[in-house]
Design a protein around this ligand. Structure first.
Ligand code: GLA
Ligand code: ZN
Length: 707
């Protein structure tokens, strides 16, 4: 059965190809520049442009005086040229009159000082005036363009939260924080218990006494810190709802998105994503044009997988990416020929239904005047980059059949925002560097290198569809996730976790009775102590007759007696070799119900994770998309459940040979969606080369897919 998602913009059944477009910056040259823009956009195969993102001062030049005439013209131009508008709400930056007349729209920063006008992304989300003005302008935009043929979708604000610590410390925001806490805890007594406020004599008598955490006040109540993070997320979710309310009412069939960012800690994106019709994100990796790009690609792949997973596999949009040098990076490296196509297709390979850029025409002034763009200052499309973008546009136009397919995963890696906040806040182990992202990536990398698709999940996700769930550094258990894990293992799932699992509950209080708290019985162990090794120190473990280094964290655990572990004892599969804990368990497996719970006591290095997960996946019958994936090459698939498409991407600056055998030696025929060739056996990928292959089983009377 074919199972596809609908195209994001219903009337555009293609991979979207587009860019942020700021025609208002060129309004005084519009007679020459705008028609040129349209010509070049069409030449590049662009079918969508994001407009109006920072246009408030042009749309409402004076308080309550609106001017949509220029936007009318731009919308008409897009329609005439067969393009859709990804029309933005302008709340990402405010006009100066607003800031001067109503300073409450400006954030008060953590230091207690109100910002002056300038920058962007730094509004107070609680200001009644700001909220009213946002509702008003969004309503006017929706009413004006609801029937316009160019309106494709809505781009809500820009990079929510993207300045400072994303929070405002004004009296309005503090009041809303107190209301948030009241709703959460009911009584001040419950809050005092949850936050353990008797510590350092911090008990509160009333919600009105609570201040957000700052250096001038309290940073030691971890429950407070955690709830402030939760409140910040809630603020953005609430603001998104405010922004989209008129749009949903007036243009109910137009999807809304907010463009998200890489490793963005202040907002729990799993929570925000619930509100979005489609997830989109802005991708700016530090490509180097060396072999190191293979690890840049791995981290980027993780991000793409995360953004696909936020909406349970629904294709996402690559909203921004740069076709050339990113001017704000420490080194603005240009990309080698071909690299642009490879970077773009990596997003598609992981489930993006778009390739979009910042920016269409390179700004003439201000801080982004040297940021890579589709059209350079040269202006006529004569650049190497423009030509590469045209090639990318052409390649994307051959991928209509990919639209709406997804990425089938039967394994999942946990990356949980609330866990990230709480774990980073905890004072223990390695305080200089908590390593959460690194360790999640190390686990992820094993699957990436093996070519085994994974989803990224948080502690609100369901586990039924997975065979294998891995939860590195799952310090905090929340939302009843421990019950889901327990049930998952009972039902036959395999769960792998690391040291520092199950230390605290959802208000950051330690579990009593030994770690991993409520998961002790499932895992069959008790982690009594945690040794933190200095960066230059190593221990070693022996597993599967091989010795591997262990570093940073070494959990010292005991195997529980059967009566404490549902009647069975965990098996010790690996042990430490040195220090006073030589002989202690380092790898354990506990048969629990129909499944298995596996504990990796220490932080290991890449080789261990690769060997360990390879062995485990073979045992579980989790198949890679290709039998052999050479270093530097990424292999992924998209599928509609029936037809599978194989994406190969060589991130090395030299040619690589890839064998197309899969499924333990089964031959497939492959039809290239890029050049129409039929390929099988072995292919050569040029430096930064890609292939996109429609896969069918050779001599297949029966249709069989390796996933
Ligand atoms: C972000 C913003 C864009 C632009 C780019 C530059 O992603 O959303 O407006 O500033 O960065 O890389
Ligand atoms: Zn505020």
């Amino acid at each position: 059965m074919s199972n596809r998602y609908k195209p994001v913009i219903a009337s555009v059944p293609h991979i979207l190809h587009g860019a942020d477009y700021n025609p208002e910056q060129w309004i005084k040259m519009k007679d020459t520049i705008w028609p040129q823009d349209m010509r070049l956009a069409k030449e590049a195969g662009i079918n969508v442009l994001s407009i109006g993102i920072f246009s408030w001062s042009m749309l409402e030049p004076e308080e309550d005086v609106y001017d949509f005439s220029w936007l009318d013209e731009v919308m008409d131009l897009l329609a005439e040229n067969g393009m859709k508008a990804n029309l933005a709400t302008p709340s990402g930056a405010r006009p100066v009159w607003m800031a001067k007349k109503h300073p409450e729209v400006l954030r008060i920063e953590r230091n207690g000082v109100r910002n002056e006008f300038g920058g962007r992304h730094n509004a107070c989300l609680s200001s009644p005036y700001f909220r009213e003005k946002v509702t008003k302008i969004n309503t006017l935009l929706a009413e004006r363009y609801k029937d316009h043929p160019a309106l494709g979708m809505w781009h809500i604000s820009n990079e929510y939260g993207g300045s400072g610590d994303s929070a405002c410390y004004c009296p309005y925001c503090k009041e809303r924080f107190r209301d948030f806490l009241k709703a959460r805890y009911g009584t001040i007594d419950a809050l005092n218990d949850a936050w353990w406020t008797t510590f350092w004599s911090h008990r509160f008598d009333d919600f009105s006494q609570i201040e957000p955490p700052t250096e001038r006040g309290d940073m030691n109540l971890h429950g407070l810190n955690l709830d402030w993070h939760r409140f910040t997320t809630w603020q953005y979710v609430d603001f998104y709802e405010l922004e989209t309310a008129p749009l949903k009412k007036i243009t109910p069939d137009k999807p809304c998105t907010a463009n998200l960012m890489r490793w963005f800690k202040p907002i729990n994106y799993f929570q925000l994503a619930d509100q979005l019709d489609v997830v989109s994100w802005d991708n700016y990796p530090l490509w180097k044009n060396t072999r190191e790009d293979a690890s840049v690609a791995m981290e980027t792949a993780f991000m793409h997988d995360l953004f696909r997973s936020l909406k349970k596999g629904k294709p996402f949009l690559l909203m921004e990416s740069c076709p050339s040098a990113v001017n704000w990076q420490p080194v603005s490296k240009i990309y080698a020929p071909g690299a642009h196509l490879s970077h773009s297709m990596q997003a598609v390979a992981h489930g993006s239904d778009s390739v979009m850029y910042f920016q269409f025409r390179k700004s003439r002034g201000s801080s982004e005047k040297f940021h890579g763009a589709v059209v350079d200052h040269e202006g006529q499309g004569k650049t190497r980059i423009f030509k590469e973008i045209c090639q990318t546009g052409k390649a994307l136009s051959g991928l209509d059949e990919i639209v709406g397919t997804t990425y089938p995963a039967r394994a999942a890696v946990l990356f949980d925002w609330e866990n990230w906040w709480a774990y980073d806040d905890a004072q223990f182990a390695h305080n200089d560097h908590k390593n959460y992202q690194e360790m999640v990536l190390e686990y992820y990398e094993a699957f990436y290198r093996l070519g085994i698709p994974v989803d990224i999940i948080d502690e609100t996700c369901d586990l039924e569809k997975y065979q294998l769930v891995v939860t590195p550094l799952m310090y905090m258990l929340r939302n009843g996730f421990e019950k889901k894990i327990e049930q998952f293992v009972k039902n036959g799932g395999t769960w792998v976790t690391s040291c520092i699992t199950g230390y605290v509950n959802d208000t950051d209080l330690c579990f009593l009775g030994g770690f991993p708290g409520p998961l002790k019985e499932t895992l069959g162990i008790w982690e009594e102590e945690l040794d933190s090794l200095y960066p230059e120190q190593y221990n070693e473990i022996e597993w599967n007759r091989k010795v591997y280094p262990a570093h940073f964290y070494c959990g010292l655990a005991h195997i529980l007696d059967p009566e404490e572990a549902a009647g069975t004892k965990a098996e010790v599969l690996g042990r430490y070799l040195h220090d006073f804990y030589a002989g202690y368990p380092a790898v354990t497996a506990h048969a629990y119900g129909e499944g298995k719970a596996i504990y990796l006591a220490a932080r290991m290095k890449k080789d261990f994770y690769l060997d360990f997960f390879k062995d485990l996946c073979i045992r579980l019958g989790l198949k890679p998309v290709l039998d052999q994936i050479p270093e530097g090459v990424e292999a992924t698939v998209r599928s509609d459940g029936k037809q599978t498409y194989l994406f190969l991407n060589n991130f090395y600056p030299e040619p690589v040979q890839v064998s197309l055998l899969a499924d333990g030696g089964v031959y497939y025929d492959h039809y290239s969606l890029l050049d129409g060739s039929l390929v099988s056996g072995r292919i050569t990928l040029p430096p930064k080369g890609i292939q996109i292959l429609k896969r069918t089983l050779r001599d297949a009377g029966t249709e069989r897919i390796s996933l």
